[in-house]
Design a protein around this ligand. Structure first.
Ligand code: HEM
Length: 358
């Protein structure tokens, strides 16, 4: 018997590896495996890559107002492969948002949020907010002009929220303007609170998913679901790995082709720098430029009421829409709403980008 076998048997005797393996890999998938179900695992993979590159970065990054920019510059210019790790982390964040939206669209189109998967969906919405929080807090950390002014505008928007807005903005800023306190608070939220929240919420998401079971294809009959049943291993595992490898290649490629560039160090002195958020928040930024969202009431409506209402609506979705029909062609209202939403987001983002060159 080889040494590996001896070790395997020794562990197996103590923690029953076979049952563990069966529980992890033999999850029944009604209707069989599909590339459409790979987005969730790809999201988890990107999170693990973000955590890994983030830990590497933390060895060199100094989260203080007088050293953050210098340490980021050091990572980019001096440290061996530092530019690659930071760029991978930067592009990984965008990949996570793209994958998150793809995953949400997939489960929406497949009607996978419907009974009995309401709790999977609700935990998913919390995960969505956590990922947005990662993007918002991470943006400040390089402490350059883009980071400083983008965050200043972001926190000003938050200030407009009723009841909690003022408290939240004061808490995040830690003073009248963005400064040393803001940076430490954003750093703690980015590297401690959000990762812990994501791990907890993901565990719940997966637990609820395992309890309810995968929704499977929307067009199959109960009999087809039964006869086309596959286990998670090997076919779905293979498809998940193919998508993960693709995601890795794309992020690494973008990091090499377009590495992170640092602007001048943050300075609270008024400048002609035009603040702008990360691209995935640009549509919201552009929405606020529309005449109907100007003035105090308009700003409140565009920046707080509308996004807040959208999140509440997303959460309420499985409870409002209780029709068990999952086929997208038989849900014309839901499909038109999602197409309209996606087109509006793309058009607003495009307008924001086009207005840069004006
Ligand atoms: C960090 C974020 C997230 C991670 C890591 C994640 C991960 C996963 C994984 C691994 C699965 C099982 C396989 C699959 O269908 O992909 C899954 C299923 C699911 N997720 Fe997520 N998810 C995240 C965010 C979300 C969000 C934002 C939503 C929706 C608001 C959501 C809703 C669902 C639903 C409804 C299912 C069940 C799909 C089915 O039964 O076919 N997830 N998720």
């Amino acid at each position: 018997m080889s040494l590996i076998n001896i070790i395997h048997n020794w562990i197996d005797e103590r923690i029953d590896l076979k049952t563990l393996q069966a529980k992890m890999l033999n999850e029944p998938m009604p209707g069989g495996s599909s590339y459409a179900y790979a987005f969730g695992s790809a999201l988890l993979f990107i999170f693990i890559m973000q955590a890994t590159t983030g830990i590497f970065l933390m060895f060199y990054y100094a989260p203080t107002a007088d050293h953050a920019w210098q340490s980021t510059q050091y990572i980019l210019k001096e440290l061996d492969y530092g530019w690659f790790i930071l760029s991978f982390h930067f592009w990984g964040a965008s990949a996570m948002v793209v994958m998150l939206v793809s995953h949400m669209l997939q489960v929406f189109i497949w009607g996978a949020y419907k009974k009995p998967r309401e709790m999977v969906w609700l935990a998913g919405i919390v995960l969505f907010l956590i990922v947005m929080g990662f993007g918002f807090t991470g943006y400040l950390l390089p402490w350059d002009q883009r980071a400083f002014w983008g965050t200043t505008v972001g926190v000003e928007i938050m200030d407009k929220a009723p009841i909690v807005g003022d408290f939240l903005a004061r808490f995040l800023r830690g003073g009248p303007t963005a400064g040393a306190q803001t940076l430490s608070r954003f750093f703690v939220i980015h590297v401690m609170i959000l990762p812990a929240a994501l791990v907890i919420m993901f565990s719940l998401h997966l637990f609820f998913f395992r309890k309810a079971g995968p929704a499977g294809p929307f067009k199959a009959t109960a009999k087809e679901l039964e006869t086309k049943m596959e286990f998670f291993f090997p076919r779905q595992v293979f498809k998940d790995i193919v998508v993960m490898a693709g995601v890795f290649v794309v992020i690494a490629g973008l990091s090499v082709l377009s590495p992170v560039e640092l602007l001048d160090e943050a300075s609270p002195e008024p400048t002609d720098y035009n603040p702008e958020p990360e691209w995935y928040f640009l549509f919201l930024f552009q929405l606020l430029r529309l005449p109907m969202f100007s003035g105090q009431l308009g700003e409140f409506l565009g920046a707080i009421a509308l996004p807040g209402l959208f999140i509440v609506l997303l959460m309420a979705l499985p409870f409002i829409n209780r029709n068990p029909e999952r086929h997208p062609l038989k849900r014309p209202f839901a499909m038109s709403a999602v197409v309209l939403l996606m087109v509006s987001i793309v058009v607003l983002t495009w307008l924001a980008i086009a207005s840069r060159s004006e």
